[in-house]
Each structure stands twice: as C-alpha cells, then as structure tokens.
Design a protein around this ligand. Structure first.
Ligand code: C5P
Length: 222
C-alpha cells in the first residue's frame, strides 16, 4: 500500500475522507469509525436522500415525479434519529428519487460545504470520491459480495422485528445495485484513485481495523 500523501492535502487543513460503496457493504459503519478515530465530523449522505424520501412519503407525494421530489429537498425537517428513515418503504423511495439529476443538484451544495470544512471531514455515500469531493485525501471504496450483503441486511431487518427471506433481500440488493450503477446522474462508481476494501470475509471489527490501517498509512496519521 502506498503511503504517498495526496496531492490535494494542504498544510493546516484537516483531511477529507470519502467512503463510497453499495448498500450494506459496511461503508456507513466504517465511515463512522474513521470519523471517531481521526476526530472528524461525519456526514452520512444516504440520510439526505432518505430524508427527502420520508418527507415526500409523509406528504403523500409522487416519487415518480422529480419536481415533487425536488420540492421535498427544500422543505425537509426530519430528525436524523427518526426510525422511519431506515424503513423499507423509505429505502425504496430514496433509491428512486436519488436517480433524478434535479434532486442530486439540490443536495449538492450542503454536501460540498461539509466536505470543505477546514478541519476536515468524512463523508459516505455513492458519489463522494467522484462528484462531491474528487480532491479527497483518501477515497475508500467499500464493497462485499451481494450474498454477504444480503445476509447482513436480513440480520439487521430481523433485529428490527421485520420478516423477510434471504431471497427477497438479495433480489432487493441486486435491484438497488443496478439502479445505483446504471443511473446517468452520478452513478455508483469507483474513483480511479480509490482504495478498494472488500469486507466479504471480514466481521465488523476486522473491517474497521483494516480501514483505520489504510487511512493511517495514506494520511500519515496513526
Ligand atoms: O446509503 P443508503 O442506503 O442510506 O442510501 C439511501 C439511497 O440514497 C440509496 O438508494 C442510494 O442510491 C442513494 N444515495 C445516493 N448517493 C449518495 C448516497 C445515497 O444516490 N451519495
């Protein structure tokens, strides 16, 4: 692994860490752990799309209409702790509305501003290393085999008392992957200079430890 400092890192500024990857890859857990380890603020950008989706859902708005979705971007007032943000209905609507270029454009500035915080930041999502913070000091692309991600998601759903089969969850993960990868606006894509972290054979602790090791080496900070 190269320890060459990023060309974009500037003296006196904190590091920017971009964590991208597909659904249930472990990127959110890894991003949160990196933020704690390096003392950086963390933005889960998926929550922005989920907040738009939940706002729209509570209005009874049409997820098939980009203009209703974009109106929800300016009027959302959802607490990040709202349990409905993680519901299956909201996940489905978030996946649909995140494909609209007008929605992505409406959410761009707040993500870029967060990435420009002088002390540095960690952001996780689908397009952080490619669109939001292309000059990030570290780009991690966190992935895992679809079957492994489906088993993790099923465990999470069961933990919340919800019923689903592995086949249903796997089909949903594959459909979401396809929508993320195939959309024309900011598709899920690995930045050319991203470091891939495949968590298929790792448990939570091992994935976090490996991410911290990679980041420490890349950023020159233990
Ligand atoms: O990561 P999470 O599953 O919470 O994201 C919710 C939805 O928002 C996903 O369907 C994903 O397609 C979308 N998303 C996105 N770009 C991001 C973060 C999330 O399109 N940067």
């Amino acid at each position: 692994m190269s320890a060459t400092p990023s060309r974009q890192s500037k003296p006196g500024r904190g590091p920017v860490i971009a964590v991208d990857g597909p659904a249930a890859s472990g990127k959110g857990t890894i991003a949160a752990a990196l933020a704690v380890h390096f003392g950086l603020p963390h933005m889960d950008t998926g929550l922005l799309y989920r907040s738009v989706a939940l706002t729209l859902w509570r209005w009874g708005g049409d997820p098939g209409n980009p203009f209703e979705a974009v109106r929800a971007c300016s009027e959302m007032g959802i607490s990040p702790e709202d349990p409905e943000l993680r519901s299956e209905a909201v996940s489905r609507i978030a996946s649909a509305i995140s494909a609209y270029p007008v929605v992505r454009a409406a959410l761009l500035d707040r993500q870029r501003e967060f990435a420009a915080l002088p002390g540095g930041a960690v952001l996780d999502g689908r397009d952080i290393g490619t669109v939001i913070a292309p000059g990030a000091d570290l780009k991690l692309f966190v992935t895992a085999a679809p079957e492994v991600r489906a088993r993790r998601r099923l465990k999470e759903l069961e933990g919340r008392g919800m019923n689903a089969t592995l086949a249903e969850v796997l089909a949903d993960i594959k459909a979401r992957d396809a929508r993320d990868v195939e959309r024309s606006a900011a598709p899920l894509d690995q930045a050319g200079d991203a470091i891939v972290l495949d968590t298929s054979a790792m448990d939570r602790e091992a994935a976090i430890a490996e991410a911290i090791r990679i980041a420490g080496e890349k950023l020159g900070r233990p």
